[in-house]
Design a protein around this ligand. Structure first.
Ligand SMILES: NC(=O)c1ccc[n+]([C@@H]2O[C@H](COP(=O)([O-])OP(=O)(O)OC[C@H]3O[C@@H](n4cnc5c(N)ncnc54)[C@H](O)[C@@H]3O)[C@@H](O)[C@H]2O)c1
Length: 287
């Protein structure tokens, strides 16, 4: 899809003031899309919608809990009632959770799975059938994380598990859509470490950056609007992975993330090697 003018885009997790969802909603609206942001934080959502509307952008907000199936169905009903179509569903709302397997109690596991995994599944089930029935091209994207691609983030076990699940969910969806010749494309969005309020505190991502640097990773925090750029790029190119690969990095960001990409690539390749050689995770987690 090259032209977003007049398209309808729904983005979950778009209420937060520094969120990837808000930045993407802004970018889409600047391209002429009619954008609906959904977020559990009704106050932040209202402020975000007002701020973007003040810039003359066509943005609406629907308070939604993505972990709640009925709430996501109500969101879909509201959007289809108002616009009669949805062309892009960006299922992006997520919550962070630090701690090892036992540090997060079972309620915490349910909460993380509810938002990060069921939030995406609820969105697919609420939007996809009606998007396909339109018969027009469209995109459905789920937000994972580098933490979902390699088990590196074992200090945030529950989070890493939910984000791995999102990758598999979207791969399954991709296969199903391809097999039936659907006009809807599935994507996984892999934000790099980004300066947002993930975990409800702007300092958390800075601490994560410091910890990774201490472990030898040459990472830099991305800005939310840089991630929005890769989401739009995936929609334009049709790439399954919305990710800062070298080509995107060079084209969109002047090679700013090259070192971090090298590091992440090395992890992902080492994981595949370990799988094929039936060896332990040391080489890619701690090598
Ligand atoms: N920031 C990063 O470094 C990073 C890296 C990889 C992946 N991600 C993923 O990016 C996505 C966006 O996060 P962000 O970094 O913009 O953080 P953020 O906290 O700024 O934004 C997330 C938004 O989701 C909303 N939300 C939380 N629970 C919800 C629910 N049940 N229903 C609806 N909305 C809910 C929050 O209110 C918030 O506005 C998340 O899925 C996150 O896991 C972030």
């Amino acid at each position: 899809m090259n032209d977003l003018d007049g398209r309808v885009a729904v983005i979950t997790g778009g209420g937060g003031p520094h969120s990837i969802g808000r930045a993407t909603g802004k970018l889409f609206a600047e391209q002429g899309a009619r954008v609906v942001l959904a977020d559990i934080n009704a106050k932040a959502l209202k402020e975000t919608v007002a701020a973007l509307a003040d810039e003359g952008l066509d943005v609406a907000g629907v308070p939604t809990d993505v972990a709640d199936h009925d709430s996501v169905q109500a969101l879909a009903d509201a959007v289809f009632d108002r616009y009669g179509q949805v062309d892009i569903a960006f299922l992006n709302a997520g919550v962070a959770g630090a701690g090892d397997l036992f540090a997060v109690d079972l309620d915490g596991w349910h909460r993380l799975l509810g938002v990060n995994l069921y939030g995406v599944l609820n969105g697919i089930r609420a939007f996809l059938p009606r998007m396909e029935a339109q018969g027009t091209p469209g995109h459905i994207l789920g937000t994972s994380s580098g933490a979902g691609v390699v088990g590196l983030n074992y200090q945030a076990a529950a989070y890493a598990v939910t984000k791995q699940a999102v990758c598999t969910l979207m791969e399954c969806l991709y296969g199903q859509l391809r097999d039936r010749g659907s006009r809807i494309k599935a994507h996984v969005v892999l934000p790099p470490l980004t300066k947002t309020n993930l975990a409800g505190d702007p300092n958390v991502m800075l601490h994560v950056e410091q910890a990774l640097k201490a472990g030898g990773a040459d990472v830099v925090l991305a800005e939310p609007d840089e991630v929005a750029g890769t989401v739009l790029d995936a929609i334009h190119t049709g790439n399954f992975w919305a990710y800062h690969d070298h080509e995107t990095d060079q084209r969109l960001f002047d090679g700013k993330f090259a070192a971090a990409i090298d590091w992440e690539d090395r992890m992902a390749r080492a994981r595949a090697d370990a799988l094929l050689n039936r060896s332990a995770p040391e080489p890619y987690l701690w090598g």
